[in-house]
Every structure is written in C-alpha cells, then in structure tokens.
Design a protein around this ligand. Structure first.
Ligand SMILES: [Zn+2]
Length: 230
C-alpha cells in the first residue's frame, strides 16, 4: 500500500531527509528510480533532452553493471545520479550490515565508472532500518519525495498516473518515476505528457544539485500540522 502525496506530517517527523525543495520558483524535480535500463533509460534521456529538462536518477548497482555506457550517458548529459543500493532490498527485512555494504558497493561501481561518488541516496521502497540511518547520513543526503506517480502499479493506468501527479504537484515537488523494465512502458507513455505540461506551464525541470543545496535553496520543506493554521 502507498499514497501518492506524502502527508505533511511525514517530513515533520523525518526532518533529516529531503522531501521537497523549498523554492518560490516554478520548478519541479523529476527523479527516476531502479535503472539504468536498456530500452527505457535511453528513451528517457532523449525526451529530457528535447525538453531541456534535467533530472535525478537513483540507480541500482546491478543495473549499472549491466548498462555501464547508459549510466555514463546519464552523467555526461548533465543529470544527477544517486545511489539506490546494489540489489534493491527492502531495508526492513535485510541485515543492516549487508544493506550498508550494498550501498558502498554501488558507490564504488559508480566511482570506477565516472570518477566520483554519489552524494545522494534513496532507499528502495522508501524504507530502511533505523540502525543504518546514521551510517547512511554520514556519507549521503537521503532524498525521499512528495509525489509518487504510481507508474509501478499495475492497477493504475497511465491516465491515472498523470492525473495523480498533475493534481498534487507544487513548486519544488520531488516526483518519483521508474526507469525500470517493469514500469518502463507506462513511464514512456506518461513522461512526454508530463514534460510537455510542465514545459507549457513554464516550469523549470531541474536535477537535485549540491551547489544549490548549499547556497540559495534550503532543502527543508513547508508543512503545517493538522492542528496548526496554515
Ligand atoms: Zn526502487
């Protein structure tokens, strides 16, 4: 079970993570998880180029090993990459030491290919064991999201996915999409429409970027508790 729009209370409870970008600009942050995948990620990159959009790719180590050239292309085309573990385990049901090893292994694969380590991490399923949290935060900024597209859900049509994103996005929203084999077909149906919508509405589509993180943009979030007046 999951919810499309992260409730406001969640970022309040988990302040150490990035949920949304605090910006007054018309700007949106597309993120792609679980790739790189041949036949999907390459098409995503072509589409992003057409719309001059930048995005953030949370890559799985196993997939990077399968598609190293595609991974390099993501980096060469100016997008941001993040670590999404090696084999995509569920952090609640996986030994913490092995989980941390998976993250490290993936960062080493990335370093060997492109010469730098990623500074962002997104846990698969958005879940990880509390005992791994401090170790992860020592080396990475943890990026969550405020909008799930639902592209991974076989019960949601592409129209459902589009509707859910377009009815809930805000300035600075971080939107989750999946450039995986499983979600690829649906993703490639909705992505052109999302890009065209945001482009027509003069939204900048940006990657999550550390320079801006440290300077003019604070990666905290706007929220109000249910009992507070907004
Ligand atoms: Zn994932």
């Amino acid at each position: 079970m999951y919810i499309i729009k992260t409730p406001n209370i969640i970022p309040y409870l988990f302040k150490d993570y990035i949920w949304k970008v605090n910006t007054q600009q018309k700007e949106i942050f597309l993120t792609f998880d679980d790739g790189p995948t041949e036949g999907v990620t390459d098409k995503v990159l072509d589409l992003l180029k057409i719309y001059q959009a930048k995005a953030t790719f949370f890559c799985v180590g196993q997939q990077i090993e399968k598609n190293p050239e595609l991974f390099k292309r993501i980096v060469n085309e100016g997008h941001t990459i993040g670590n999404h573990t090696y084999s995509h385990p569920h952090g609640w049901y996986y030994p913490p030491n092995l989980y941390l090893q998976e993250i490290e292994k993936t960062s080493q694969i990335i370093q060997n290919l492109v010469g730098f380590r990623p500074i962002y991490f997104r846990p698969p399923y958005g879940k990880f064991s509390p005992s791994t949290k401090n170790s992860i935060l020592k080396n990475y900024k943890i990026v969550m999201w405020d909008i799930l597209s639902g592209d991974f859900d076989k019960n949601m049509t592409s129209i459902d996915c589009l509707t859910s994103v377009l009815s809930s996005y805000q300035k600075g929203s971080i939107i989750v999409l999946h450039d995986s084999l499983k979600s690829g077909q649906k993703l490639l149906e909705i992505l052109p429409q999302l890009l065209s919508f945001f482009s027509n509405n003069h939204f900048k589509m940006s990657s999550i970027n550390s320079t801006r993180f440290q300077s003019n943009l604070k990666f905290n979030f706007s929220f109000h508790l249910p009992f507070m007046k907004s």
